[in-house]
Design a protein around this ligand. Structure first.
Ligand code: ZN
Length: 136
């Protein structure tokens, strides 16, 4: 199985308690232009995308304390949640990761923001960082 060609960091996900406050605090130093926000109800999370040139900061705030972001903040506090790397094909990246014994959290691509496909790899398989394969 071939190795996956990384196409850059698409975004870094950061878990925050209060989305509006985090947007305001981040915007105090950087001029992000327009900030896109969206709610992903089935994941219990609100998202803001802050453009930083070629990649984005993805602020993630729980709307439900039992969501994965809610649990993350309860256990670890606010901070970096995941690193998203653009890949040519998310399904192939999943297969490549499984083939070398990585602990893949998604057997199939899941829907990401704006029609993207995504899949996560457990932090134990990536030196403590939750890795996201991302199609966009
Ligand atoms: Zn992400």
């Amino acid at each position: 199985m071939d190795k996956v060609k990384p196409g850059g960091i698409t975004h870094v996900g950061i878990a925050v308690l209060d989305l509006e406050k985090a947007i305001a605090d981040y915007s105090a130093i950087f001029d992000f232009g327009s900030v896109e926000t969206m709610e992903v109800a089935y994941e219990g999370v609100k998202i803001a995308l802050l453009k930083t040139g070629v990649s984005e900061i993805e602020l993630l705030s729980p709307t439900n304390q039992d969501s994965s972001i809610g649990k993350f903040i309860r256990e670890k506090g606010e901070g970096m949640h995941h690193l998203a790397i653009r890949v040519p094909d998310v399904s192939e990246a999943i297969e490549s990761a499984k083939a070398i014994g990585m602990h893949v959290l998604d057997e199939k691509p899941r829907p990401g923001a704006k029609g993207a496909e995504a899949a996560f790899v457990h932090p134990k398989s990536f030196h403590g960082v939750l890795l996201e394969f991302y199609s966009r």
